[in-house]
Every structure is written in C-alpha cells, then in structure tokens.
Design a binder for this molecule. Structure first.
Ligand SMILES: Nc1ncnc2c1ncn2[C@@H]1O[C@H](COP(=O)(O)OP(=O)(O)OP(=O)(O)O)[C@@H](O)[C@H]1O
Ligand SMILES: [Mg+2]
Length: 485
C-alpha cells in the first residue's frame, strides 16, 4: 500500500483545546488535572476521528502523547456504554503495559474505569481471576494473553469495542505472529482498531491489514525522525577500552548533573548484568532491567529508577520502547543497535514532551556502518562528544579488573541456566518433550547448514564453469591471433 491510498492529515489547528476535540467535560478536566493543558498534534488529529468511530493509524515522534491519543476516546466511549471487556490494549513489553495501566487508570478515575494488566512473569491464577470479574480495559503482552485464551474460558474478548496495538510495528514483527493470530481469532470483526508507534513506515502494509476498515492515517510532518530538543553525540574509541570510556562519561556527567537520571542500553542480558556489577563495584548506584531477571525484580528496578532513588538504569532493548520517565536526561548507547529504528526508540527515552535531552553513542571501529545507517534513517548527523583520553587511561585497569571479576562471579552463578530451565518448563506445559524438541531443533539447523553448503557448492561450481568458459574463449581468441598463452 502506498501512502497516498490512505488519508493523510497535517496539523491544521495548532491552538485547539481539549474541549474542541469532542471530549466530554469530565475528561477535559481530568487532562487539566494531569497537567495536560493543550492537546499535542497527534491528539488533536486522531482523537476526533476515533470518537467518530474510525479505525486509526497514528505515527508521531517519541514522547508526543500517543498514549492519551488512544486512551481519551476509549474512556469517553466507555463512559457512554460501560461494560467489560470493553477494550484490549496490546504492548510488546510488560513494563510498558504497567505504565499504560497507570495512565489510563488516572484518566479514567472519574468514571471508575477498571483496568487490568495481563503479562508474563506474574501469577497466572490471579490474572485468571482478574479477567473473570470483567475489567473494562485489559492491557496485555501478546504471549500471556494467548496463554490465557488457550487455558481458560472464564473470560471473553468477543465483545470488545476497541483493539489497540501500541508500538504496533514492533508487535507485528515476526516474533509475536502466532500469539497475535491466536488473539485475533477470538476478537469480533466489528471493532475499532487503533495502531500507534513512532516508527511505522516499513510496516504500513501489514498494519493496514490489521485494521479491518479503511483506517484514518495520521503521520506527524517532520524532516528529522528524532525530536528537535535531543542533542545526539558519539564518542569514537577502540572496542577494548569502551567500558573505561563509559565509566568516565558516567562519572563526569553524574558529577555535573547530580539531579539527572541516565539510561544505558546494552546488547545482551548478560552484558547488562556485568555492566551493572562493574558500575556498583566502581561506586555508581544503579539498577538493571532485562528479561533474565524475575518480573518482580524488573518492576522493583524500574520503580526505584522512576522514583529517583537510583539515578542509573542499565537495560537491554526491553526498556527501549514507550517508557516515560521525565527525569531521564541522558541516554548512553553502550552498543550501537543493528536496526536504526531501535536507536530512535532508545534515544526517545529522553527529550520527551518538549523537554531537552542528550544521547551519547559509544562507537568502535566495528560500528561505523551502523552509525551511518542510523544517521541516514534519522536524517541527522551525530556530533563528536569531547572526552579526556588521559582521564580514561587512568581508570583503564580498574575497570578491566572489575569487569573480569564480574564475569567470574556470573559464571559461578550459572547465569543463563534459569532461562534454559524456563524454556524447558514452557515446552512441558505445552505438552512437548524438551529433549525431543532440542533434537528437532538441532536436526533443522543441520539440514539448513547442509542446504546452505549445497547451495554454496552449486554457486562455486557455476563460478568455475564461468571462469573456464572465459579462459576457453581467451585461448580461442589468442589462437586466432597466433599468440601462445
Ligand atoms: N497534551 C499534553 N500536554 C503535555 N504533556 C502531555 C500531553 N499529552 C501527553 N503528555 C505527556 O507526555 C509524555 C509522553 O507521552 P507518551 O508516553 O504518551 O508519549 P508517546 O508518544 O507514547 O511516546 P513513545 O513513542 O516513546 O511511546 C507523558 O509524560 C505524558 O503525560
Ligand atoms: Mg507510547
């Protein structure tokens, strides 16, 4: 589908108020109570269409108020005809589900909106009971909701009026396919589908299919994909001194900005854990967030960070989407994300709702291409951030020792083993034999490998044939000219 086939609208009423969007007085008052004085562009443009009953695809930069853009019209419609389950909101991560729950609950308080979160990592029995009492709005990650649909029939999604996919592009990417299918199968055809994200362009075709009726499409008009108030820097260094540079940057920034909070993004769960231990060892109080710690710990880490008890959060991309923590002033990319859009979401955790913010990406000799791809997507150039190499060299050994110690400690704890156990448990719950599944997996990998080798052999053979042909032709030509080759 090309963009022209959908209705596009650019902001035309920059000075509209919440009461001009067709919202009831109680909601307008509630917005004011929450400090939202004027609607943002996406709210101005999408709310009236959702209130009219249209499906909607909304794309606007990070921190631009997309949550309220779908929450406000849903709450208004709920107040007109309250029943459960009225709306289903899907998000890719558990922490984001809790955050949306908080926002929707506060906005919907005057009408007593009952909102429930259904995510993995928490008690399924309790969630089953929560669903049984018919909450008005269910906010869920796809995996756990699909599990509930599979295992109990004490609730129904057959009558929902609204389906929201927040971070829609992420949700429709491959890994959620099966679970989303299971959920879509039990949803009514007659519903309003609302899809929101800051990065939609590559997935518009699929999103159009999720919205059953021709959706109203609104995309913010911009040249640069990241927000204006964000200052984007990089520091170039050799890979083996990256940790020392990061600790140096952290030290300088935290000393100069004692009230600011910092989010550091890393590539893997294990590395997040190691970096957390290194930070603690060197005297930086921090919390970590990744998918290999228990959900209760994940939520506790985030609560400490959000409440300013701890000023540094080290996380994998599990924290890169949707989280709204106004005190975050600096994002450090300890690794450069493979996909440019992941960069957009990571750095979007700062400079939200008109505030300023800064990102520093640690770039090594291996990342140059990735950085160029990011700059091309975002349509802006990162500037070099000044650092003092001499200072970095002073802490090099200390950081390397702390890192080695952290690695040894983690190896002793068999980090990673729990994940393996959980995977086996899940397979057993699904009625599968984990050993058999592992055998199948290995067999599949072997087959793929064989196929790949066979393909390579064919290609190699073709290359040889082509080369031989060229040589033969050359020989013929040379013979014709009487040369000896
Ligand atoms: N009309 C408004 N006026 C002022 N602040 C607002 C308004 N609407 C929302 N906000 C605030 O802006 C912040 C960002 O909102 P929100 O989390 O909905 O952004 P988002 O567009 O969903 O970002 P992301 O793409 O990162 O998920 C929140 O703290 C929210 O309370
Ligand atoms: Mg959001």
């Amino acid at each position: 589908m090309d963009d022209t086939s959908m209705e596009k609208e650019i902001n035309t009423s920059a000075h509209a108020d919440f009461d001009e969007l067709g919202l009831d007085e109680w909601l307008v008052n509630q917005c004011k109570q929450m400090g939202l004085s004027k609607p943002t562009e996406i709210q101005q443009n999408c709310v009236p269409h959702i209130l009219k009953g249209e499906d909607c695809i909304g794309c606007a930069k990070t921190g631009s108020g997309k949550t309220a853009a779908f929450a406000l019209p849903i709450l208004q419609k709920l107040s007109e005809d309250p029943y459960g389950i009225f709306a289903l909101i899907l998000t890719p991560t558990r922490e984001l589900a809790f955050q949306i729950c908080e926002q929707v609950s506060v906005l919907g308080k005057p009408v007593g909106a009952r909102v429930t979160v259904i995510t993995g990592g928490l008690d399924m029995m309790q969630q089953g009971l929560d669903l049984q009492v018919k909450p008005h709005i269910v906010i869920s990650t796809p995996g756990r909701l699909a599990d509930h649909l599979d295992s109990c029939d004490t609730f129904s999604l057959k009558k929902i009026k609204f389906l929201v996919l927040d971070e829609a592009d992420r949700l429709i990417e491959d890994d959620y396919g099966e679970q989303l299918e299971a959920i879509f199968r039990v949803l009514p055809k007659k519903r309003q589908t609302l899809l929101f994200s800051a990065t939609m362009t590559q997935t518009l075709q699929q999103l159009q299919e999720v919205a059953l009726n021709k959706p109203f499409f609104w995309q913010q008009n911009y040249d640069v994909v990241t927000v204006e108030q964000l200052k984007q820097y990089y520091v170039l260094m050799s890979a083996d001194v990256k940790d020392a540079y990061m600790m140096h940057l952290l030290d300088v920034y935290c000393t100069d900005h004692p009230k600011s909070s910092v989010m550091i993004f890393t590539s893997t769960c294990k590395y997040t854990q190691i970096l957390g231990m290194v930070c603690q060892e060197l005297g930086f109080d921090c919390v970590v967030l990744h998918s290999m710690i228990r959900q209760k710990e994940r939520l506790a880490s985030l609560a400490k960070f959000k409440s300013n008890q701890v000023k540094i959060l080290i996380a994998t991309d599990v924290a890169s989407r949707g989280l709204d923590i106004p005190t975050v002033d600096l994002i450090i990319n300890h690794n450069i994300p493979n996909k440019p859009k992941n960069y957009v979401h990571r750095v979007g955790r700062t400079a939200r709702a008109g505030r300023g913010g800064m990102s520093i990406s640690l770039v090594t000799q291996f990342d140059i291409k990735l950085v160029h791809a990011i700059e091309a997507t975002v349509k802006t150039k990162m500037e070099e951030y000044p650092t003092k190499e001499k200072e970095v060299m002073k802490i090099l050994t200390e950081v390397a020792v702390a890192r080695r110690e952290a690695e040894i400690k983690l190896d002793e704890r068999d980090f990673g083993e729990q994940k393996e156990i959980n995977k086996r448990k899940k397979l057993i719950q699904e009625g599968k034999n984990p050993d058999e599944e592992e055998r199948k997996r290995k067999k599949m990998i072997k087959q793929k490998f064989r196929k790949h080798r066979a393909n390579m052999a064919v290609q190699e053979e073709r290359k040889i044939q082509k080369r031989d042909k060229i040589l033969a032709k050359k020989k013929l030509r040379a013979k014709g000219k009487g040369k000896v080759t």
